[in-house]
Design a binder for this molecule. Sequence first.
Ligand SMILES: Cc1cc2nc3c(=O)[nH]c(=O)nc-3n(C[C@H](O)[C@H](O)[C@H](O)COP(=O)(O)OP(=O)(O)OC[C@H]3O[C@@H](n4cnc5c(N)ncnc54)[C@H](O)[C@@H]3O)c2cc1C
Length: 262
Amino acid sequence: MIQNYDLVVIGSGTAAQVASSRVRAAGWSVAVIDHLPFGGTCALRGCDSTKVLISGVDAVDMARRMRGRGITGEAAISWPDLIAFKRTFTDPVPANHERRYAERGIDVFHGTARFTAPSTIEVPSVAFTLPPIASVGLGEAQALATGLRFRVNRQKVSNWYTARRVAETVYGYKTLVEGDSGRILGAHLVGPHADVVINLFALAIRNGLTAEQIKQTIFAYPTGASDIGYMLHRLKGELYRDPGIGHHLPKLRGVENRDNAD
Ligand SMILES: Cc1cc2nc3c(=O)[nH]c(=O)nc-3n(C[C@H](O)[C@H](O)[C@H](O)COP(=O)(O)OP(=O)(O)OC[C@H]3O[C@@H](n4cnc5c(N)ncnc54)[C@H](O)[C@@H]3O)c2cc1C
């Protein structure tokens, strides 16, 4: 029997949940098909499950870094226990998802579908390593390619309180700020809380905020967020990049004077 739908969604991940629910709410007939258990990569194999595993590794890593700094004893991972904990998140997912589709009047099918369509995705990114690495907005090459003139702040700052408090030896940042407007163009972080702090940079970039506006904002201290004003400070010997020249320039007196007059 052939059944027709206004929309057939291939896959039951995050994108499918959003698209199918909105379209169904608008009155369309909708079906979702997946050849794996329902829920998609993020809920079953990606974001959520990997972060539960990382929480275990993070706890051991923290205990090891803090040993001799007020913490004694060995922390170790029990793999079966950690996997059992992870399953408390993932096991209920397929049944919950299928139930929610049914409640919304969306038909679900198990099997493989064939469908092709172009797609373009641009998502701020975080790698949940220890410590995390996070990036948003433009990198130097991209900013140059768009013809922007900008300054680059970059520093290793493992001597900052945020890193020292948790005995983390890796902490650094690079920020790109447009020369004329002072708009924040990009931020690239590695270190404690980079996975959280990057969201503030994303918000700033999306709303066209300037470095000065961020620096004037009072963030709760001491938190990872309270570092971001310092990440936008002009540094001695900071680098300017200019698409007309295309390579790093040491900071020039003329450039400095012009920008200070902004
Ligand atoms: C290990 C890992 C960690 C990740 N961690 C993060 C993170 O921390 N944060 C974050 O934002 N993102 C993370 N991601 C990325 C995130 O999981 C994806 O961006 C997100 O799941 C994409 O959602 P989606 O709905 O587009 O596709 P998916 O969730 O991948 O869903 C696609 C579904 O389509 C099904 N499918 C594919 N082809 C067919 C077919 N022909 N017929 C039927 N079904 C089909 C698949 O079985 C799958 O269930 C991670 C990914 C991985 C792999």
